[in-house]
Design a protein around this ligand. Sequence first.
Ligand code: AGP
Length: 608
Amino acid sequence: MCGIIGIVGNREVAPLLVDALKRLEYRGYDSAGVATIKDGKLDRRRAEGKLANLDRKLGEEPLAGHVGIGHTRWATHGAPTEANAHPHFCNGVAVVHNGIIENFAPLRAELMAKGATFYSQTDTEVVAQLLSAYRQEGLAPREAMQKALGRFEGAYALAVLFEDQPDMILGARSGPPLAVGHGQGEMFLGSDAIALAPFTDEITYLEDGDWVVIKRDLLEIHDRTGKLVERRRQKSQGAAYVVDKGNHRHFMEKEIYEQAEVVSHTLAHYIDFAEGRVKFESSLIDFANLDRLAMSACGTAYYAGLVGKYWFERFARLPVEIDVASEFRYREMPLTGRMAALFISQSGETADTLASLRYCRDHKLTIGAVVNVRESTIARESDAVFPTLAGPEIGVASTKAFTCQLSVLAALAMIAGRARGTLSAEDESKMVRALVEAPRLFNQVLTAIQPQIEMLSRELSRFKDVLYLGRGTSFPLALEGALKLKEISYIHAEGYAAGELKHGPIALIDETMPVIVIAPHDRHFEKTVSNMQEVAARGGRIILITDETGAAATTLETMATIVLPVVDEIVAPILYALPVQLIAYHTAVFMGTDVDQPRNLAKSVTVE
Ligand code: AGP
């Protein structure tokens, strides 16, 4: 998703804007630009591709000024060209935008009918043109902003410069996040706390519908009606984290290896180690009195939710209705009886997930959120927040957030089981002990399997299609493994329930289609072995991910057998995420793709 930065400063801002944009690179983008005001004149530099191109252009043609805005663009309307890159100008107005102005076409037609000339294919240019038109009608900046915002439908985070107001930036938020940073004699606007971290850790998050005026010594926040409002000023988390790769080649590799630490931190938040039991937070969601639990998320977070469904239903006997967020609310699921809804999101800003949350809130459900960003919109709009303590996840492919989400869901399933009297203290204690032991195994496993997986991935990178199979909680792992591989190596991959193989996908099996089977030696193992035999009988090449018991129990010839320690079934989905993450990572490295910022992808999808 796009990234926004604005600075009303007392020093040259162009390099500061670019530095802030570099901290927003993780969101995914395909062009970038900055604009400043100097001696009452607006000027800009824009470039296709990576920020290095913009940096180079600024080196060749420096941009002066102490007030400016910057943007990294993830293309929604119009190709990722320089002409479509932000900031967009129109008669002394400069605009950067994250989101989609859904009614941009009629607005563009209206403005063109009045003689406006457009220079880009973007929806964003309509914002600059409309503000300029209102200014030319004699409206002051604030009036023009209020009036223009009333015309827009869709989602936007905006930063606006007016050439005749050289010490002021206006901003607005409806959907994608936007925050104000409080400096010393400077004021900032940014998409998130990470972007603002180099300048300040004093942050004010805007609410949906807010618009702001910032000057060096002024912050005015208006709500949707234009009324002046106060919003909480808080210490940001973003500044606390050093966001760099350490001695790793990619953020994704670093984050894979951080999992032992961050899963430990996350488990510690929910488990009373002395007691050997989960911390019973009954005040958050009243699991004992629920008929059903609705769950919704996107992508990797959704696959974590699928694992959670098995656990809630098995250990708490709590029926779970789960769907991807982009479908959830359109099903018009009967949200009747005693229900709560749980949303899972690393960023806490995913538009589809947020829309599903609001749908459930409108139906008066208690809302819970498993999120990695405490100050995110989804967290702020939930009744109960269950944090994952993964720290900022920069790689677009989610890894440590996934295993932390699973850790939280395991704890919640046990809390629900205890609340509903379906989980004995003995079973809870056994599962807690297994979970507490898990992170210690992570680095041992990663070190043990890394060389084998590097070799295997070199072979995998030659194939065009890969199938992942799993049963029980290994089925969502198969879906996650396929997503990891396809989103960073661009190799087509599909995850399937192993039992479904003979209902269609087996037609695909031949020596050109490797089949990765996720199969700890659990109660599904024997049946999964039968599926592997069906694959082998058709010349399929198997990569088996199992444990020592499973490896000893099969005589099947495989392309590779990746052996993990035997673990409790509550730990298996968390531990088995490691090999599927490493397979995707090393395959992508061999493919030479942009591992941390894969093509077309964004870290936080703030448009529907
Ligand atoms: C996962 O590797 C992807 N980056 C993507 O599927 C992601 O999980 C999805 O967009 C949901 O994001 P969220 O957790 O921030 O809501």
